[in-house]
Design a protein around this ligand. Structure first.
Ligand code: C2E
Ligand code: MG
Ligand code: MG
Ligand code: MG
Length: 280
């Protein structure tokens, strides 16, 4: 009897595994078609100057509008896209799309506006990456320093030597590099001086609750000091309330981003915000 129950458990386990594998295969097949079927879209989240809450730029954040499953967030398909290599095609599309949108908004609203685009490690280390960036710049005509590529340290750890070389090649095109989710990587400080980056984005884990006199706020304080001495710009991510804004302003943090100002929104909605002198 015990043996029988065991075997049943194994079968249940098998079924669960099989179901997961099937679902993954289906998602992968769907994702392969998603680009051709125009199901991928970019949302834009404003990045504001903390001094006056005017919009300095946007971060492009990818979404998958699935015909049956609705809007799928990047956490639920970007890892799969990385494993399968589909991220190369998707990443190229995202950079081109975001740059076209930026070119348009620079013409219609603000010629100094910037656009941040997330780049995965696989894409960053790809042989065609530099050529791809060069092509996007030539095709859209945007000033190179208004394009910012966001990279995470964890993704650079696989091959730090090659990563630094790729970063230098991209920097030589005039494009800016930003270290995303800063403070969450395990070797942040040991490599920071070697990375040719222009800015740091303080991870929202360190922003949440800042301004309440909590010990946690020592982290953004130190990151801002460090950035100042390395001459790096700083964006604080995940700002959700006014006390966080006041706190970061007091530390002279230049840029902020978060639900307090705006969630990531479709292009037409972002365009309406651009018409305002500052975000409320
Ligand atoms: P990320 O680059 O760190 O982006 C910030 C994430 O925090 C976004 O989630 C954004 O919606 C969310 N966020 C912004 N403000 C707040 C806030 O005030 N509170 C909270 N709780 N969350 C906030 P999202 O859009 O789901 O993106 C998740 C991650 O997916 C991104 O993290 C980025 O690593 C990745 N990703 C997004 N778009 C792309 C892309 O085009 N290519 C690649 N390779 N990765 C992407
Ligand atoms: Mg980012
Ligand atoms: Mg981030
Ligand atoms: Mg983050």
């Amino acid at each position: 009897r015990a043996k029988g129950a065991g075997r049943n458990r194994v079968e249940v386990f098998d079924d669960a595994l099989r179901a997961r594998a099937m679902s993954r295969l289906r998602t992968e097949a769907d994702l392969r078609l998603a680009t051709d079927r125009h199901q991928l879209t970019l949302f834009y989240q404003p990045i504001v100057r903390l001094s006056d809450q005017s919009i300095a730029g946007f971060e492009a954040l990818i979404r998958w509008q699935h015909p049956e499953r609705g809007l799928i967030s990047p956490a639920d398909f970007v890892p799969l896209a990385e494993d399968t290599g589909l991220i190369l095609q998707i990443g190229r599309w995202a950079m081109q799309e975001a740059a076209e949108q930026l070119a348009h908004w620079q013409r219609t609203h603000d010629s100094g506006l910037f656009m941040s685009v997330n780049v995965s490690g696989r894409q960053m280390l790809d042989d065609d990456m530099v050529e791809c960036v060069r092509h996007v710049l030539a095709d859209t005509g945007i000033a190179p320093d208004t394009l910012k590529l966001e990279i995470t340290e964890s993704l650079l750890m696989d091959d730090p030597g090659r990563a630094v070389s790729m970063m230098q090649q991209i920097r030589s095109l005039g494009v800016h590099l930003s270290l995303d989710d800063f403070g969450t990587g395990y070797s942040s400080l040991s490599y920071l001086h070697r990375y040719p980056v222009n800015s740091l984005k303080i991870d929202r884990a360190f922003i949440s609750g800042a301004g309440n006199g909590d010990r946690r706020e020592e982290i953004p304080r130190i990151i801002l000091l460090l950035a100042k001495s390395l001459d790096l710009d700083v964006v604080a991510e995940g700002i959700e309330n006014p006390s966080e804004v006041t706190f970061l302003r007091g530390l002279e943090c230049r840029y902020g981003q978060g639900y307090y100002f705006s969630r990531p929104i479709p292009a037409p909605d972002a365009e309406r915000l651009l018409a305002l002198p500052a975000l409320p």
